[in-house]
Design a protein around this ligand. Structure first.
Ligand SMILES: [Zn+2]
Ligand SMILES: [Zn+2]
Length: 252
């Protein structure tokens, strides 16, 4: 199974629109971060977790020619802003694309992208078949298990795909979900910044604490802001926790 990080930046991306503050970002390509999406490929399935606002650019950059399934963590626009870009896959694949998420996120997507659904569907707009996933399923050659956790004011869900657990926009993780993540080869967690604490996101030290607690072989952090320098941060992190960066590919 191959996982490609399509984007690893926080909600405004790095740098932010307008390039404000970008003079402080060191010129390392790993400090340029699109919003968070990830691509999981197996012999039988091409799965996307979250469609970020840069989704069109991400699919071109990573040469994604087929999408069999979309999993959505939650309805914040930095995770669903690219849903419209699935349109071309509908045309090429000549079919709607299945999309799995929580009941709350699906409800919100329906209202935010009202033109894609129901009687008012705009002709030619993206066709996704949305269904709630609330327990472990098998999809082609993988198992997919939803992982519920807290993102400040809302409950959202990440996904364990075989031994890859992806949890972004995390504030806290209940024990019942930690049990589901345990034993994964790779875990992805969000780590917004070093400090101060944030009401809806883990800081990097808080994410490291969870990685240590769960004793996962390798943890990657995503959803970093402009002030997190890739190299400086990796130099400070323990070896089993690394920052992910856009277009990083890992094989599990
Ligand atoms: Zn986010
Ligand atoms: Zn969010």
């Amino acid at each position: 199974m191959k996982c490609t990080f399509l984007g690893t930046g926080t909600s405004m991306g790095v740098p932010v629109a307008g390039g404000f503050g970008s003079e402080k970002i060191k010129p390392d390509p790993r400090n340029q971060r699109y919003r968070c999406s990830v691509w999981v490929e197996t012999p039988e399935a091409s799965i996307i977790i979250d469609t970020s606002p840069e989704f069109r650019l991400q699919t071109i950059r990573s040469n994604i020619k087929k999408i069999d399934l979309v999993l959505i963590t939650h309805e914040h626009m930095d995770h669903i802003g690219g849903l419209d870009d699935l349109r071309i896959y509908n045309y090429v694949q000549k079919s709607p694309i299945p999309l799995l998420s929580s009941e709350e996120a699906i409800k919100s997507i329906r209202s935010r992208f009202e033109y894609m659904f129901g009687e008012n569907k705009y002709p030619g707009s993206t066709s996704v078949e949305m269904e709630v996933i609330d327990s472990k399923i098998t999809f082609r050659d993988v198992t997919i298990e939803p992982l519920a956790y807290n993102h400040g004011a809302i409950e959202i869900q990440g996904y364990r795909i075989n031994d890859f657990s992806y949890l972004t926009d995390v504030k806290s993780i209940p024990d019942s979900t930690k049990e589901k993540v345990a034993g994964s080869d790779v875990m992805v967690l969000s780590g917004l910044r070093w400090a101060p604490e944030h009401p809806t996101h883990l800081t990097i030290p808080e994410a490291v604490e969870i990685a240590n607690e769960l004793n996962i072989k390798q943890t990657y952090l995503v959803h970093m802001n402009s002030y997190v320098d890739h190299q400086e941060t990796n130099d400070k992190l323990p070896p089993h926790v690394r920052l992910a960066y856009d277009q990083l590919e890992i094989t599990i």
